[in-house]
Design a protein around this ligand. Structure first.
Ligand SMILES: Cc1cc2nc3c(=O)[nH]c(=O)nc-3n(C[C@H](O)[C@H](O)[C@H](O)COP(=O)(O)O)c2cc1C
Length: 165
């Protein structure tokens, strides 16, 4: 069973994180959706989705552009994990909301979701990516908490590796 990351990035932060996750886990295929769309996605049983949040809690532009295609995909019987980049200071009320938008669309009948994380040790006010007191995936803030990113990636990869590889 193979694993892939599908991500998009406007200024390179999400891209850098996607590459780090791929390297840390090893054996993961990486797709920038702005180049490849959702090419070959049906071949993977295990998927990681990555996005930054733009506007006022909106999807990143490439995700926005491909959203109708994403909504046509069926993830039944797949294992899914999510990561999101945001800015918990300047956009404290919509921190990493786009990750929640993707989660909300992808998760449903027959999907297995992994990789929720604690919201302790983050600075923000509101996030749709918090459900039942936890982030639904890995939240990262390269604008304000970049020094915590590598450790957060490391810990997250460790927590999902048995399910995602
Ligand atoms: C105009 C603008 C709007 C933004 N809106 C949000 C937002 O609503 N919520 C959030 O958490 N981050 C927001 N951000 C922060 C970005 O998501 C963050 O800088 C991210 O690391 C960018 O990643 P990328 O380079 O992969 O696109 C915004 C940034 C800009 C410049």
């Amino acid at each position: 069973m193979k694993t892939a990351i599908y991500y998009a990035s406007s200024t390179g932060n999400t891209e850098e994180v996607a590459e780090k996750i791929s390297k840390t886990l090893g054996g993961i295929d990486l797709f920038d959706i702005s180049q490849n769309g959702f090419k070959d996605i049906e071949k993977y049983d295990k998927l990681i989705f990555g996005t930054s949040t733009w506007g006022d809690g909106d999807l990143q532009d490439d995700w926005e552009e491909l959203w109708d295609k994403f909504c046509e995909l069926d993830f039944a019987n797949k294992t899914l994990a999510f990561f999101g980049l945001g800015d918990g200071d300047s956009y404290a009320d919509t921190f990493c909301n786009a990750m929640a938008t993707i989660y909300g669309q992808a998760c449903g009948k027959g999907t297995k979701t992994i990789g929720e994380t604690s919201k302790e040790d983050y600075t923000f006010d509101e996030s749709e990516a918090v459900k039942n007191g936890k982030f639904i995936g890995l939240a990262l803030d390269e604008d304000n908490e970049y020094e915590k990113t590598d450790k957060r990636i490391q810990t997250w990869c460790e927590s999902i590796k048995n399910d995602i590889l």
